[in-house]
Design a protein around this ligand. Structure first.
Ligand code: NDP
Ligand code: OXD
Length: 311
């Protein structure tokens, strides 16, 4: 099979790892090699440019080098009948657990408030500590990453709930909520809200003022999903009014975050550069190899995306 490769930011190691493992196939680097467009049957991509899919008339499968496939599905040149297969975990869940645990500790132990007070040389003794068991953390999304994050938080003693699209059986001790009718009840309990949803038509802009207002006053937001989940001005308003006490953000409407963006210098926002979790090359390549084998045997791989649903 002829496979076209594009991976923004790859230093050559991902391409090398793919070439070493996918020896039955020919891989063309979109950036540096010439290729016959009509002979390309599959693509392996991260953040492909708009024109990437132009002329790929025989393309059948796109393997995303990512958990989120929003940028691929949004490409108007992506042919409608092409199968998109995403990575599931691929080494990311442990990193995501660490990131979110750091954020939750930050909020529970008031570090965001201490940091903000420090910048004003204020000694705000007496903030108190709520035990983890009384500290509610809510996850929007309990998929390949969300469920592992939920387990990790639970193992660290927190009171964990998850909100999903469909009702799910969750590990013991983790409360489940699903669908729009249960969203308000879920939100009303959370001291920390973590967004781990895919970006879809249903979830774009979900972190808006209406939703943030339904959290208890002083709640903390962690967004590790996609920048377009958050209405950025609404976050600033919620911080100004004290409805939210702080936020930790890894993803933004525009990445890299523009130099003039107010988030950079906001005393109650921690900015990280879309680094919450990176897929590991070996695990990604093995997963793609496994998916190719399944497809060759007429089976759908576990990471196959439902294009109507958007994830
Ligand atoms: P999954 O597809 O495995 O899980 C998605 C979860 O979201 C599921 O539980 C699903 O519900 C739920 N969901 C989807 N739509 C809705 C909806 N409309 N209402 C309620 N719940 C919904 O995704 P992953 O866990 O693999 O990844 C999540 C996202 O994390 C990715 O899409 C990506 O954007 C982001 N990400 C960010 C990274 C970073 O470094 N910042 C790294 C990796 C991923 P159900 O269970 O019912 O299907
Ligand atoms: C992903 C990401 O979706 O890194 O995998 O954002």
């Amino acid at each position: 099979m002829n496979i076209l490769f594009y991976c923004e930011g790859d230093d050559g190691s991902m391409l090398q790892a793919l070439k070493e493992r996918l020896t039955d196939h020919t891989i063309y680097d979109w950036n540096t090699q010439s290729f016959d467009k009509s002979g390309i049957e599959a693509a392996i991509v991260w953040l492909p440019p708009a024109q990437f899919f132009d002329g790929l008339g025989n393309l059948k499968t796109v393997f995303a080098l990512a958990a989120g496939v929003d940028q691929i599905l949004e490409n108007p040149e992506l042919p409608p009948d092409v199968l998109v297969v995403r990575l599931q975990d691929a080494g990311m869940s442990v990193q995501m657990e660490e990131y979110v645990l750091y954020g939750v500790l930050h909020a529970q132990r008031h570090f965001h408030e201490f940091r903000s007070a420090q910048l004003q040389r204020q000694w705000i003794h007496g903030a108190g500590v709520r035990p983890a068991a009384d500290f509610n953390v809510g996850l929007l999304g309990a998929g390949a990453l969300g469920i592992q994050v939920a387990r990790r938080l639970k193992a660290n003693g927190y009171a964990v709930s998850c909100w999903t699209r469909t009702a799910r059986t969750l590990p013991e001790g983790i409360s489940g909520y699903s669908g729009k009718p249960q969203l308000d009840s879920f939100l009303s309990k959370q001291s920390v809200l973590v967004c781990l949803l895919p970006l879809t038509e249903d979830t774009r802009g979900i972190l808006d003022k209406t939703l943030l207002d339904r959290l208890p006053k002083g709640a903390f937001l962690i967004n590790v999903a996609r920048g377009a989940h958050l209405v950025e001005e609404d976050l600033l308003t919620s911080l100004d009014t004290g409805q939210l006490s702080g936020a930790m953000l890894d993803v933004f409407q525009t990445e890299p975050l523009p130099q003039t963006h107010p988030f950079w210098v906001h005393p109650r926002i921690t900015v990280t550069p879309h680094e919450a979790a990176n897929s590991l090359a070996d695990e990604s390549v093995l997963q793609i190899l496994f998916s190719i084998r399944l497809l060759e045997n007429g089976q759908l791989p576990p990471g196959a995306v439902d294009r109507m649903r958007g994830y």
